[in-house]
Structures are given as C-alpha cells and as structure tokens.
Design a protein around this ligand. Structure first.
Ligand code: AMP
Length: 568
C-alpha cells in the first residue's frame, strides 16, 4: 500500500476526538488492507512490532533533526530554530518538505512496506557508525515523503503519533469491518487479542469473518501476555456486594508483578509492562525449575523484596534497581533477594487455563508447587463468607508489612489486561498515586542543564491530563532513592517540545507520588492539583496504562472530603 494512503487515514483520525468516528474511519480503512500489508496494524499503533516486543524504533530528536535537515536540504541550525518556533518536530518536517521540489517525489513512491523495512533495521543497528547508518535509513524515507507523509514519519520515529487510537479502537474497527458490528463477536475478538497480544494476528484471523479462524489463535508459552488488573474495593462489605459469597481473600504483596513462562527447560520472566526480565532474576529461574512441577506453564505472581537479616519485607523502591540491572546481577540478587508469591496460573501442560474458574486455578497451583519460604511460595489465601474473618485477615496482612488484601471471585476466568472487577483490592488510604511525567523545567544555578521540576499527569481514556508539578523526593544520586541522575538520563531522550525553560515529554516514565491532599484547580488540565507532592518511587515495572485515572482521582477527592468531614 502507498504510505500516502495511510498518512491520509492518520490525518483523518487525528481530526476527530469522537471514538465512533474514529472506528468508522478505521473500519473502512481496514477493509482495504490486504493480509500482505497487515504490518500496517503495527503502524496504526505507532509501532513496527507487536507492543510486547522490546525492539523499539527509538530515534532521538537529534537524529530526527539531522535527517530532516539532510532530506530537505535545510541547515540543521535552521531546523532547530523552526522547531523552537513551531514546537512540534513533525510539523517542522511537514513545513520544510513543502518547500522541496516535487519532481523527486514522483519518482520515489513510498510504500508502507518500505517504511516498515527501513524502520525495522533501526533497532538492529549497534556499534560503530550506528548513527550514520540510522540517519541514512531515515533520510531515504524522508527524501521520498510528501509533506503529510513526512509529518507522520517523523512522529512515528520519535514515538508520538497522536492519532488517538487505542487497542480497543482497533478491536471495534475489526468488529465493524469483518463481523458486521455484531456485538456477539466482540468477546471472541477480545479473547483472541488476550491470547495473542498481537493485533496483526487478530486482524489476519478476522479477515474472513469466521469464528473458527479466531479460535485458531492459541496462547503461546514464552510470548508475554498482559496481566489481569484489579479494581478498588471501598470496604469489605463493598467487596462482598460485588463478588458474592463466598469469595477468596489473599494478601496483597507489595513488590512487582512477575509473569513466569516455562516450556521445557526454557523459562522467561515478564513484568506487568511486558518487559523481559529473565536475565535479571537468576535465582527465580532456579526456584521455578526446582519447586514447580510441570513441563509447560504460565504462572502469575508478585515478587517481593526482603531484608536478608531481619527477613522483613521491603517496599518496591528497595528492589526496583534489580529490574533494569545489566551487570553484577548475581551480586545484586544476593544483596536484594526476592520471594516469589504465586497467585494464579494461565496455562498448564498444554492446556489454556484462562477460562478455568479461579478456584480451580488456585487448587492447581497448590498441587504443583512445593513451597520454600523466602524463595517461592503460594500466596496466602482464604475462602470465606465472613466479614469478621476478612477483617482479621486484613489486619494480619498489614501487620506482616503487606499492602492490604485482594478479593477474588471464585468462578471468574482470567482476563488479561483488564480491570473487569473479578478481582478487587483493599488497602488503607495512603495518599499515593502512580502518575506519568509529561513535562519538566530546566533547572538553574547548581541544576543548570538538568531537568529539575517535573510535570505529572493522570489519564482519561486516551489523553494525559496534567495534575501538578513535583521537585521534592528526588535525591542527588539514585543510590539514595529516586535520583536526579537516573531521572534525567531517562527523561532527556523523551523531549518532544521545548519552549523557554519548559519541555514537553513523551509520556513514558511512571512514578509513585505521595501527597498531602487533592484540591480542585483551574491551573491544570485535569481540574485537580496535588498539595505537597513527593516522588517516592520510580515505577520501572509499569507503563502508562497503569497510572491513575481521572475517575480514581475524583474518587480519592470524595473519600478525602468525607474523611475531613468526619474529623471536623
Ligand atoms: P495495584 O498495583 O494497586 O493496581 O494492585 C494490583 C497489583 O497488586 C497487581 O498488579 C499485583 O502486582 C499486586 N498483587 C499483590 N498481591 C497480589 C495477589 N495476591 N493477587 C493479585 N495481585 C497481587
């Protein structure tokens, strides 16, 4: 397909904020996409591989500027100046391409295949001469691009497509294009997405509008699938009301989510944001080999850090450095050990267990695991209908230094990636939120050249809304906690826009924030502001889909108000 056609669809999609209109545009477009061109499903998500794939385009603004300069024959200083003026590097590319002679365009027609081909070479490049090779791959594309194409090419390169298309938008577009919008098929498409975690695969299996084709998509051990998410329970009573009686209660361990895949001798470990952390946790690999029976399985668990001497559980920040660690892994695993608390199973010895009721899944893990405290255990669980018993269990969980408890419906299937309300969490109100950093300010004096004040955002459907600014809680060095050095290293490549002291950042880095209270505020797009916020952890195990929603913040405000009311 001509890339121009896709660029026009991007344009149409970005011109409406209405979900139904987007679905309409996309479903018509998908009807015209052949199986041969199905990599377009990745391009629609601003990607070149399925989202779980760790190979990313990863082009910095600096390289994009150089490529625009080369492709349009404009001095790079002029490109930078125009970026500062317009504030959007994609628009700069579009503008400068307009000035180019159109004759070259006629001879170089860009196709989506060519775009994918060049972009896929980018993550493969390593070592000497990488920058030049990347530059020439990108310049080749930009030289052939018309203004609209260059806008979306550059946005794809820097990872900021801005067409407001989510996985669910594509799901509904597939339903409309190939299943006549028959809602009965929606769940089947969703299940196929759950099993494959790959929209291209689901698109291909949907083309003929046959359920049998979707059913051919199987869960694959070793390929990361999304973790099921929890909703908040307001109280014990509330949990029983939603999940019925009896239900299962478990400790809510305060570590990080770990999905464990085993196939024969091959074991892989993934975080909640589907990052492969197999190499970082050698001790977990040996626990799995020694203490879990079975040839193949996918387990869901929480890995929790503990102090070797006191055996007290630690919080997430204490072990966060293990997640990204690339060197001296053995040494760190001895210094910061983790205990794996298994609480679910998704696949066992060739059988997909997603549809198996939770109680049966819970029984299965208890059959196949031999517990070894401080190494690998099955999560503490009780089945009960008794509120008093739950209260005792909750108190004990907090005394054992855990975050709270989880409630689980005994009959429920496992729903990857969704907060469907089969699983609820209860923890004390702590005034903590996970938010994403979407902007920052350059520091002055001692902090000149450093990003030092960070703008935080929550999310509302597919947009990020600012909710405050934070500078406190960040330490000089990352050894002491969340460090300026580490944050700057992560944030600087994410700069999308700059004006004066302020920069806009691609939403990617998630932090835990502790605050005193929430206030209504006209100063931020969310309509809320946090008073006295402080960064307490860099959540390098989480992605932007995990952050607090506008709805949750409104709820927290109401809870806070009713608490204040009680105390006054
Ligand atoms: P939250 O991070 O507040 O949304 O709470 C959900 C998270 O709690 C899950 O993603 C898990 O990482 C974690 N968790 C801890 N213990 C359990 C458990 N027993 N069952 C399910 N999730 C748990």
């Amino acid at each position: 397909m001509r890339y121009e056609k896709l660029a026009k669809v991007y344009e149409e999609l970005s011109q409406t904020t209405k979900r139904l209109e987007k679905i309409d545009i996309l479903s018509k477009f998908l009807e015209t996409v052949s199986i041969e061109d199905s990599d377009i499903l990745y391009l629609l998500q601003g990607d070149i591989y399925p989202t779980y794939d760790e190979r990313k385009i990863g082009i910095s603004n600096q390289i994009a500027i150089k490529a625009i300069s080369k492709a349009t024959g404009t001095d790079s200083k002029k490109v930078v100046l125009s970026w500062k003026k317009i504030g959007d590097i994609g628009e700069v590319a579009k503008d400068l391409t307009k000035g180019k002679k159109q004759t070259t365009l006629a001879t170089h027609l860009l196709t989506t295949k060519k775009v994918i081909e060049n972009l896929r070479k980018l993550p493969e490049l390593i070592g000497k001469g990488t920058v030049d090779k990347k530059l020439s791959l990108i310049t080749e594309l930009l030289t052939s691009a018309n203004p609209t194409e260059s806008l979306y090419l550059v946005r794809t390169l820097i990872g900021d497509l801005r067409i407001g298309v989510q996985e669910s938008t594509i799901k509904y577009s597939i339903l409309k294009a190939f299943f006549k919008n028959n809602k009965e098929y929606e769940e089947e498409i969703q299940k196929a997405i759950d099993r494959s975690n790959d929209l291209k695969e689901v698109f291909e299996a949907s083309k003929n509008g046959k359920l049998e084709d979707l059913e051919q998509i199987k869960l694959q051990v070793g390929k990361p699938i999304k973790a099921m998410l929890a909703q908040k329970a307001n109280s014990i009573e509330d949990a029983f009301k939603h999940l019925g009686k009896p239900l299962a209660i478990e400790y809510k361990y305060d570590g990080f989510r770990l999905l464990i895949h085993k196939k024969g001798n091959e074991i892989s470990l993934f975080t909640r944001s589907l990052e492969n952390v197999t190499n970082q946790f050698p001790e977990v690999i040996s626990y799995i080999k020694e203490f879990v029976k079975g040839d193949s399985f996918i387990l869901d668990s929480e890995a929790v850090g503990y102090d070797k001497k006191t055996k007290r559980y630690t919080d997430f920040q204490a072990i966060s450095q293990r997640i990204k660690r690339k060197y001296e892994i053995k040494k760190l695993s001895e210094k910061l050990p983790v205990e794996v608390n298994v609480f679910d199973i998704l696949y066992y010895n060739g059988k997909n267990e997603l549809e198996t009721p939770f109680q049966k899944r819970a029984e299965l893990i208890r059959k196949i695991i031999t517990e070894h405290p401080y190494k690998l255990i099955v999560s503490k669980m009780k089945i009960t209908s008794n509120e008093k018993e739950v209260k005792e269990f909750y108190k004990k969980a907090l005394k054992d230094n855990q975050e709270g408890i989880m409630f689980k419906n005994l009959e429920a299937p496992y729903k990857p990636g969704r907060r469907v309300g089969n699983m609820l969490k209860l923890k004390p109100e702590t005034n903590d939120l996970d938010l994403v950093i979407t902007g920052a300010e350059w520091g002055t004096g001692k902090r000149a050249g450093w990003l030092s004040s960070f703008i935080l955002s929550c999310k509302n459907e597919n947009e990020f809304l600012e909710i405050g600014k934070v500078g406190t809680g960040v330490k000089e060095k990352s050894k002491e906690g969340v460090g300026f050095d580490e944050l700057n290293e992560k944030l600087k490549p994410l700069i999308i826009k700059e004006s004066g002291k302020e920069v806009k950042l691609k939403p990617s880095i998630v932090v835990s924030i502790h605050y005193q209270d929430i206030q209504k505020s006209p100063n931020y797009a969310s309509g809320w502001a946090l008073r006295f916020p402080r960064i307490t952890a860099l959540r390098n195990d989480r992605g932007t889909h995990d952050i607090a929603t506008l709805e949750e913040i409104e709820k927290d405000f109401i809870t806070q108000r009713s608490k204040n009311y009680k105390y006054n």
